[in-house]
Write a protein of this length. Structure first.
Lengths: 169, 156
């Protein structure tokens, strides 16, 4: 019985129809009164089934959320800095949780160092209305990390070169 | 583009989710106290003006058998535009930012298989004649997806 289930579901939990739904929606939802009807018609399924599939992908974490991705600059966040930190590997998880929880940090990740050029292993994205404010945020993170901060830097973005998001082919 | 109070409300609302129902815009509009047509017009304008870069389901490549990775390059200033053009041509490059640093180009790869990250990196190195520094996430701590748009901060 369990084998049968395994046969029906692909290894990563999505089947051909899910894949077609992803391709049909990855560039955005139609701006019409009944967007799921329009998409369902394109896909040859009912709107009910489409919504069910989307809900399942949401519950399974394949869809992070349905929503809008803002351009930080256009929202008035003119100082967008990637702050990077060299912290001890054996403490990074507890420190990462603390830094990630700060309200001005949008994303926080542990990434590998690339020695000797790149000594930093903790990345926290900071968004502020001015560089001055961003640097205050950096100081707050430094204070929180205290002696675990063995070196840090801030890389301000000066231009968005591309922002399309994931594209399945 | 100047954002008024309704634009800001729409942006803030849409960052935290969108209904799955027959007429989702009407439902959202009712919550905002406007009619559906107004909401659709505003949304179209926010997308046209690139205040919003995308609107719809946000998929996680890493949950689809694929992978994300952050990649950095040190690009000589006089070759920057040329290299940006080469890098952006790859469909797997989901975003790309110029940053003030020796490592001045940072892009995110979203691929449909884990192996494809290395393949694309090798291709980019070959096309640009520059080394890439691959920095895939080892762990994600916390994500705040909603950046609140506040009063009086609408125009660049």
């Amino acid at each position: 019985m369990t084998l049968q289930v395994a046969d029906e579901v692909e290894c990563n939990g999505i089947d051909e129809l899910d894949r077609r739904i992803i391709i049909a929606t990855q560039t955005g939802l139609p701006l019409v009164s009944r967007p799921y009807d329009v998409l369902a018609r394109q896909l040859g399924i009912s709107a009910e089934e489409l919504m069910q599939r989307i809900r399942r992908m949401q519950d399974g974490g394949i869809i992070r959320r349905i929503g809008a991705v803002p351009n930080h600059y256009a929202l008035g966040y003119r100082a967008n800095g990637m702050t990077v930190w060299d912290v001890p590997d054996d403490r990074i998880d507890s420190l990462g949780e603390k830094v990630g929880a700060l309200e001005f940090v949008s994303h926080c990740y542990h990434r590998p160092r690339r020695l000797p050029d790149w000594p930093y292993n903790l990345f926290a994205m900071v968004h502020a209305h001015s560089r001055e404010q961003a640097l205050q945020h950096v100081a707050q993170i430094a204070e929180l990390l205290a002696e675990a901060d063995r070196g840090h830097d801030v890389l301000f973005s000066t231009r968005i070169l591309k922002k399309t998001g994931m594209r399945l082919k | 583009m100047m954002l008024d109070a309704l634009d800001r409300q729409i942006i803030n609302t849409l960052q935290s989710g969108f209904p799955l129902c027959d007429e989702p815009y009407a439902e959202l509009a009712a919550g905002l106290g406007v009619d559906e047509r107004t909401l659709l017009q505003r949304l179209q304008r926010l997308l046209d003006e690139r205040v919003l870069t995308r609107f719809g389901p946000l998929y996680r490549a890493d949950r689809l058998g694929g992978a994300f990775s952050l990649v950095a390059m040190k690009v000589p200033e006089d070759r920057f535009e040329q290299v940006a053009e080469i890098v952006n041509r790859f469909a797997e490059v989901a975003h790309n930012y110029q940053r003030e640093h020796v490592f001045n180009m940072w892009f995110v790869l979203a691929t449909d298989s884990a192996e494809r990250v290395d393949e694309v990196n090798r291709e980019i190195e070959k096309c640009c004649g520059l080394p890439v520094y691959n920095m895939p996430k080892l762990k994600e701590y916390f994500i705040h997806l909603d950046l609140k748009v506040e009063e009086a901060d609408g125009s660049p």
